[in-house]
Design a protein around this ligand. Sequence first.
Ligand SMILES: Cc1ncc(COP(=O)(O)O)c(C=O)c1O
Length: 364
Amino acid sequence: MGITNRASVHSPSKPLDPTTIEFGKVFTPNFFLMKYADGSWQEPVIGPMQDFQLHPAAIVFHYGQAIFEGLKAFQQDSGRIVIFRPEMNARRFNLSARRLDMPEVDEGLFVEACAKLVENERYFVPASPGSLYIRPSMIGVEPCIGVRSSKEFYFFIMTLPAGTYFKEVTGGAGSVNVLVSESVFRACRGGTGNVKAAGNYAASLNIITEAKKKGCVQVLFLNAADRAHIEEMGGMNVFFVREGKLLTPPLSDTILAGVVRDTVLQLARDMGIEAIETPLAIREVLADIRSGRITEAMACGTAASITGIGSLQTESGEVIRVGSESPGPMTNGLYHQIRGIQYGQIPDRHGWITEVCTLEPVAR
Ligand SMILES: Cc1ncc(COP(=O)(O)O)c(C=O)c1O
């Protein structure tokens, strides 16, 4: 079934300045919506953004049947608008759907819907260093008090112009402070940590609020079973540089398989860096940072790209500074590689770029 387009093409009332956009608050005028009822997906439509009117008993409100994705479109210097690795998000979306007993979405349609919506909203894709964040989501909307799967769903996609994710980062890879969560865990074996279930994020909100009070912008989570190993951050995967080697925890059912994580591992190998997926004990990592054996730490994800971690703070208040606290050479090198590919300054050797359209010169 083709996508019906009922949207008009709008332009922002004033040019989008990627250095001042407040991420998460500004939406483009149109969105994509496809409803599921009577056992099948209905007509996919791009049209004006609208509020949903849901029954207070909608299953999403009570039993949390909600999943989402996050990916980005970039405006390259030539005016070409591209999306970065959308097929990986489509695959992960269906992994999330299966885990939460929701209907899968055809992966080709998922990518096409993202591309068609971005094309429609093309004048809202800020130039470098900005991007258009794409947020596909699915919720169970059937009214029913009773713990079971919804029989009705909405799959929808919104787009948001984005500048830098962390207000603290003003240029380049930047550097942020991170709280090590020793008391709150986001995932356990057999749980939903490896999918993008909305509930995972609800469970991390209290410690994120605590982190902010302590001057940290992100939280580093440990494994729930014995609190001994590093897993990932609230919305990003984590890497360390130890004696010139790049280290990250191996994937498991408690870690989200990040698109940027996969990209960083490949780019590092392309750059001749030894990149190793290995369990990382928090005690050893903190000791290695203190002794200077670990020289860099970085957070990786679609929203914030690659960001240096300037310090780790324990819940008891000890602050362990990483290297010189500013992004190190490997963090900067990987940051420039990924940004270069996304903005078209470095050739896309791995086929990571999906072309959407090219802006006519007058519009830029
Ligand atoms: C918990 C978590 N880990 C890691 C990531 C990074 O994933 P990606 O690189 O696909 O954005 C995200 C963001 O989606 C996330 O929410």
